[in-house]
Every structure is written in structure tokens, then in C-alpha cells.
Design a protein around this ligand. Structure first.
Ligand code: UFG
Length: 330
């Protein structure tokens, strides 16, 4: 399958490109490199430094490359920033995605795989989280992703778009061969921050809240390896042959890990003690988020290969120890 990977130079997109190549597909990358990295672009893969909202250029690329399916990873993903700068998030995550979808329909491309998030659920009514829970985002980031999910439903109905939306839990880890990994600027995600605290690149890791109603008082999250996420995106291809088909899947390992457990996993992988400072809760953090991914397992045959926090952190450490400055381009 000829696949346009929008955001293919970013964290999850770049891992998905490798998985597409391994599975014998032909990826083409579109990324404006605002957050993506030129060095994360897989060798030999056609690359377009174009914004996803540039409808005419995107349409040309879809036609000239004879694209059959589009995967879309190019979103802004800082929850806190989305609260203080909502227009930026609505513009990029919603309006530009709408332009991308317009370009697709103009070019006659009707298969779409969308990177959504567990943040569309807000504070969940039940745990573990199944697909049918009410979606009530508590920040503009989650809201923009939910808005796209709803737009996709309308396009499926009106224009026969077939799509899958994957709600990721906490994407983590790096490719097993250590060639690509997680490099955000600024970095706000727990695992890379804890690794930096272990190596001395940062003074310490601040634990945001130790008084949650959880076994060790810190927040529980479902850390899921980027390569596991990527494999689900490819496993859904066959289902998109049916015009108007729509699928939603929650993707997580199903195993919650606390902030303290992540720190312990980093200490184990690195052999270094992590300096910890306990601080107040971070606004907007739900105490616990973890997935029930039975639907993806049953319908897609999805298998979680990296099924412990230790396995995930090991891959992250391999990348960070070999690339202490990430891609070194910021
Ligand atoms: N945390 C700390 N200290 C830090 C950073 C994080 O204690 O310095 C804690 C957070 O409070 C949270 C956990 O570590 O309990 C994970 O935090 P991240 O910022 O790594 O991830 P989030 O769970 O906040 O966010 C993730 C994705 C978002 C997505 C969100 C859905 O990164 O894109 O899940 O809730 F929107």
C-alpha cells in the first residue's frame, strides 16, 4: 500500500514509517519539521517539507505519488499549552486536519488512519477504559482530537471516507535498534525527563502529587511502546476497504504503572539513582488512566510485545544513552 505519513518525522510517525517499510508498504512522508526532525526521516523514503494545511500542495502530492491511504500523526500535543493557547491547538489539530481531509477528498483518497488520544475521555467514568465510555475532554488538546473524530464520522457518512481512530494512552519507548527515539522540545513527558534526571542532564525529577488515591500515592498511567502502537495502524488496513467503515480503538497495555514505578524502572535500566523532589499535583492530571484494549486484540489481532514498563524503558534508555542530545537539531 502507498501510504502518506503526515508527521512522519515526528516521534510516533517516524516509528510507524519503519514498521510500514518492514511490512512491505511504501511510505511517503509529509512533515513541516516544526516539531519533527529531519534526521528521523527514514532513508530512501520520499519526503515533503510541507504543511498539512496546504491543501493544494497536499493534493498534488497525493495525486503524483498515487497515495492510497493517509496516516495522520502531525498534532501539537502539549496539554498544558493547549489550555493557555487554545487557538494554536484548534488551528493545527483541527483546522489544518480539515484541510488535509479536503485535499484527500479532492484527490479521491478515502482511507484514513488517525492518531487520537485517551485525552478525549477526560476523567474516565470507569477503569480500565473501553471504547464506549463517554468522551468528555478536560482540555483543548483532547477536545480538538475529539472534534476530528466527530468530523471523520460525518465524512464517513457523507463521502464514504473509511477511517480508524486510535486513542493512544502514554506513547513511550524507542525503536529496538536504537536508531530513532523520543525527542520533544520542550520535553514534558515522564520517561525522557526521568532518564535526564538519572544521567544528570536535569537536576532531578519532580513528582507531581504523592497524595492520589492510588497504591503509592502517585498517578497511574498506561505506558505503551511506539512500535506496538505502530503495528496496530498497519493491522487495520484491510478493514478500510469498505467505504464508510469507521473504527475506534483504545491502545494501551492495560497495565497501569505509577510515577514511582517508572522512576524505579529507569533506575534499573540505567543503574543510576534518580534524584526525586515531591511537589504539588499538576493541574488537570487524572489520578489513573489505563486501557482495556480487548477490542483491538480481538478485531485486529493486536499483540502487545513490550508488555512491561521495564521492557519499554530499556528501549528508551538505549536511544537516550546513544543520543544524549536527541537528534541535536534544536
Ligand atoms: N509527571 C511527573 N513529573 C513530570 C512529568 C510528569 O510526575 O515531570 C507525571 C504526570 O503527573 C503524570 C505522569 O507523570 O501522572 C505522565 O505524565 P506525562 O506528561 O508523561 O503524560 P500525560 O499522562 O500527562 O499525557 C499523556 C500524553 C498526552 C495525552 C495524555 C492523555 O503525553 O499527549 O496522556 O491524558 F494527552
Amino acid at each position: 500500500m502507498k501510504v502518506l505519513v503526515v508527521g512522519g518525522a515526528g516521534y510516533i510517525g517516524s516509528h510507524c514509517v519503519r514498521q510500514l517499510l518492514e511490512a512491505g508498504h511504501q511510505p511517503v512522508i509529509l512533515d513541516n519539521l516544526v516539531y519533527g526532525h529531519r534526521k528521523a526521516v527514514a532513508e530512501g523514503v520520499p519526503f515533503y517539507d510541507v504543511s498539512l494545511g496546504d491543501k493544494e500542495k497536499v493534493k498534488d502530492i497525493l495525486e503524483s505519488e498515487a497515495i492510497e491511504l493517509v496516516m495522520h500523526f502531525a498534532a501539537y500535543c502539549y496539554v498544558g499549552e493547549s489550555v493557555t493557547a487554545p487557538l494554536k491547538y484548534y488551528e493545527n489539530n483541527f483546522v489544518e486536519t480539515l484541510r488535509l481531509l479536503e485535499a484527500m477528498l479532492d484527490a479521491g483518497v478515502t482511507k484514513f488512519v488517525f492518531s487520537s488520544t485517551c485525552a478525549t475521555f477526560g476523567v474516565p467514568e470507569r477503569l480500565p477504559m473501553t471504547e464506549d465510555l463517554p468522551q468528555a475532554p478536560i482540555n483543548p488538546y483532547g477536545q480538538t482530537k475529539l472534534d476530528v473524530e466527530n468530523l471523520l464520522k460525518s465524512l464517513a457518512h457523507a463521502h464514504g471516507l473509511s477511517f480508524a481512530a486510535f486513542r493512544y494512552f502514554n506513547a513511550a519507548g524507542a525503536s529496538e535498534d536504537g536508531s530513532i527515539g523520543e525527542d520533544h522540545d520542550p520535553e514534558t513527558h515522564l520517561i525522557p525527563l526521568v532518564i535526564d534526571a538519572a544521567t544528570g542532564k536535569r537536576e532531578n525529577i519532580k513528582i507531581f502529587g504523592t497524595d492520589y488515591d492510588t497504591p503509592d500515592g502517585t498517578c497511574l498511567r498506561d505506558y505503551v511502546h511506539v512500535d506496538d502502537l505502530s503495528r496496530a495502524h498497519i493491522a487495520v488496513f484491510d478493514k478500510l476497504d469498505q467505504p464508510g467503515a469507521q473504527y475506534f480503538y483504545n491502545l494501551g497495555t492495560g497495565t497501569p504503572n505509577s510515577v514511582r514505578e517508572v522512576i524505579a524502572a529507569v533506575e534499573k535500566a540505567t543503574g543510576k539513582k534518580v534524584p526525586v523532589v515531591e511537589v504539588e499535583r499538576r493541574a488537570g492530571d487524572p489520578p489513573a488512566l489505563y486501557a482495556d484494549s480487548t477490542k483491538a486484540k480481538q478485531e485486529l489481532g493486536w499483540v502487545v510485545k513490550f508488555d512491561t514498563i521495564d521492557k519499554i524503558v530499556e528501549t528508551a534508555w538505549r536511544w537516550h544513552s546513544a543520543n544524549p542530545d536527541g537528534y541535536g537539531d534544536r
